[in-house]
Write a protein that binds this ligand. Structure first.
Ligand code: SF4
Ligand code: SF4
Length: 173
C-alpha cells in the first residue's frame, strides 16, 4: 500500500471508528499519556541540543528523513495521529524525502521506533552521556504507543466483527 493509500485508510478508520475509540476510557487515557510522553521526548531533545544539531543538519544535508522511512508508518500509527488531532499531510514536500517531512520538520506527532530512537554519530557526539537518558525517555513514549496501538487494533477488530454479524431473521419454526 502506498503512503497516500495508508493515509486514506487511516482517515476511513477515523471516520468509521474515531468517535467510538475516543469514548473508550482506556484508549483516551493512553492517548493523553502518549501526548505527554511525546512532548517530554521533544523537551529533552531541545534541552540537550539535539533539535539544534538536526536543524543545522537539515539545512546542510536535507536531514535523515529519507523516503523509505514513510513505509515504517502503517494506517494504525496514522490513525493515532488523527486521534491526537494531527492533520495528515496530503502532498509530498520533498521528492526524495519522507512523505511526512515538511518545511519545519516532521508533520506527524506519533512516530515509529526508527524516528523516535535514531541518533546519528553527530548527535551522539554532541550529547555524550545524555544519550542513555534520552533513550529511556523515548522508550517510554514507544511503550505507551505500542500498548495503545494494540488496544486500538483489538477494539477495531471487535467493532468490525459486530459490523459484519448477519442480521437475525425472524423465522417461525
Ligand atoms: S539525526 Fe543526525 S542525520 Fe538526522 S537530522 Fe539529526 S543530525 Fe541530521
Ligand atoms: S521523523 Fe517524521 S518526517 Fe522524519 S522520517 Fe520520521 S516520520 Fe518521516
Amino acid at each position: 500500500m502506498s503512503v497516500e493509500e495508508r493515509i486514506k485508510r487511516a482517515e476511513e478508520l477515523y471516520r468509521k471508528y474515531g468517535h467510538v475509540l475516543l469514548q473508550d476510557d482506556e484508549i483516551r487515557d493512553l492517548l493523553g499519556k502518549l501526548n505527554f510522553a511525546i512532548e517530554r521526548t521533544w523537551d529533552y531533545m531541545r534541552k540537550i541540543g539535539v533539535t539544534d544539531v538536526c536543524r543545522q543538519c537539515a539545512l546542510e544535508t536535507g536531514s535523515c528523513c529519507k523516503r523509505w522511512v514513510e513505509d515504517e508508518h502503517d494506517e494504525y500509527i496514522l490513525l493515532i495521529n488523527l486521534l491526537l488531532g494531527v492533520k495528515l499531510p496530503k502532498k509530498r514536500y520533498k521528492e526524495d524525502g519522507c512523505f511526512f517531512v515538511g518545511e519545519n520538520g516532521c508533520r506527524i506527532k506519533a512516530r515509529e521506533v526508527i524516528c523516535v530512537t535514531f541518533l546519528c554519530d553527530r548527535v551522539v557526539k554532541k550529547i555524550g552521556e545524555k544519550e542513555k537518558e534520552l533513550q529511556r525517555i523515548a522508550g517510554e513514549e514507544l511503550e505507551i504507543g505500542f500498548v495503545l496501538q494494540e488496544k486500538i487494533k483489538k477494539k477495531i477488530a471487535e467493532l468490525g466483527s459486530s459490523d459484519n454479524k448477519p442480521e437475525l431473521s425472524c423465522r417461525v419454526f
